[in-house]
Design a protein around this ligand. Sequence first.
Ligand SMILES: Nc1nc2c(ncn2[C@@H]2O[C@H](COP(=O)(O)OP(=O)(O)OP(=O)(O)O)[C@@H](O)[C@H]2O)c(=O)[nH]1
Length: 325
Amino acid sequence: MIANKIPVIVLTGFLGSGKTTLLNRLLTDGVKTAVVINEFGATPIDQDLLLNQDIPLTVLSGGCLCCQIKGALAPTLKNLWMAWNNSETKPFERVIIETSGVASPEPILDTLLREPWLSKRYRLQQIVATLAIPSALAQLEHHAEARAQMAWADLLLLTHADLADDKQHAELIDYLKLQAPATPTLTAMRDLFDASMLLCKTPPSFRRITTGRALPEHGFRSVSLYLEHTPSWPQLQATLQTLLSNHADDLIRIKGVVYFPECAEPLAVHAVAGHLYSPIQLPKRINQDRRSRLVLITISSPEQLANELFCLLGGEPSQNPIRLH
Ligand SMILES: Nc1nc2c(ncn2[C@@H]2O[C@H](COP(=O)(O)OP(=O)(O)OP(=O)(O)O)[C@@H](O)[C@H]2O)c(=O)[nH]1
C-alpha cells in the first residue's frame, strides 16, 4: 500500500457544457496539477483553450476514453506517476481528467479503481459533471451519454445560468431532484465561483463500481477542418450561423481555434446547441501552428457538413480552402 495516493478529479459533462471553462477555473487555485484531456475530435482544440500552458498536459484525442481509446488511460496515468515518483520536486499534486463531452465516466472509473497498479497509486477524489442549463434537459432526454454523466457525478455544476431563464433553471433542478436526488448541485455564473466550494477534500465514502454494462455505441461523428484562408469574423459568423440553422437537429457542437486576419492573436470559436458564442481571445502562443482549425461534431454525415461549410464560404472546387482530417 502506498501512503499518499495522488487524487484524481474527473470533469465530465455533455458537449459544450463548460468542462474546459471549469478546468481553467480550477487551475487557478494554486494546486500543482497534471491535466489529461480527452477529445472526441481527431484534431485537439482544448489544449489551446487552456489559459495556463505551463502544466504537465496529455491530450488523448480521436475518440472517447470510455470506448475507442479506453486503453490509453492506464499507460498515461502510469507515465505520469513515473514522472512524479522520479522527481524530487514533485511536478504535480493532483490529476484532473477532462473527458470528452460524449464519454461515459464509468469505464474511466473502472480503470482508476480496478486496475491494481493504478488503484494503489491514485485515488478518485471527485467526479464533477457540468450541465448547461438552457440545453441540459434536451440533452438528457436524447443522449444516454448525458444521463450517464449525470448518474456518475458526485457534484452537478449547473452552467450557462446567465443564458437561462428562471423557468429553465427550475425545470432542470426539478428533473435532477427526481433523477439524481442524492447528488448536490451548484449553479455557477461563468467561471465566477469559489473552486474550494466545489471540490470535496475527502473521497466520497461510497463509490459505485461498474457492472460492466456499456452504453450503446455513440451515434456521434466528428470532422476536423483546417482553413487554408481564414475569413474575417463577420464572414465566418454568418457562415456558421447558416450552418447551425440548416442543421438545428444534427449539428451538436462546433469548436475551433481561429486566426482571423484582423486579429494578432488566435480566438476560440464555440457553438453549442445552436448558439454561436462571441469568440474568445486566447493568450499568445509560442511556436504556434498558425493554421485555423475547426471541429464539427454531428449525429449526421460530417463529410456533408464539411462540404456545405466549404460552399457557404464561397469556395470553388479547384481552390478548396478546407482540408479534412
Ligand atoms: N454565457 C456563458 N458561456 C459559458 C459558460 N460556461 C462556458 N461558457 C461558454 O460555452 C462554450 C463552451 O464551453 P467549454 O468550457 O469549451 O465547454 P466544454 O464542455 O469543455 O466543451 P467540449 O470540450 O466540446 O465538450 C465556450 O464558449 C464558453 O466560453 C457560462 O456559464 N455562461
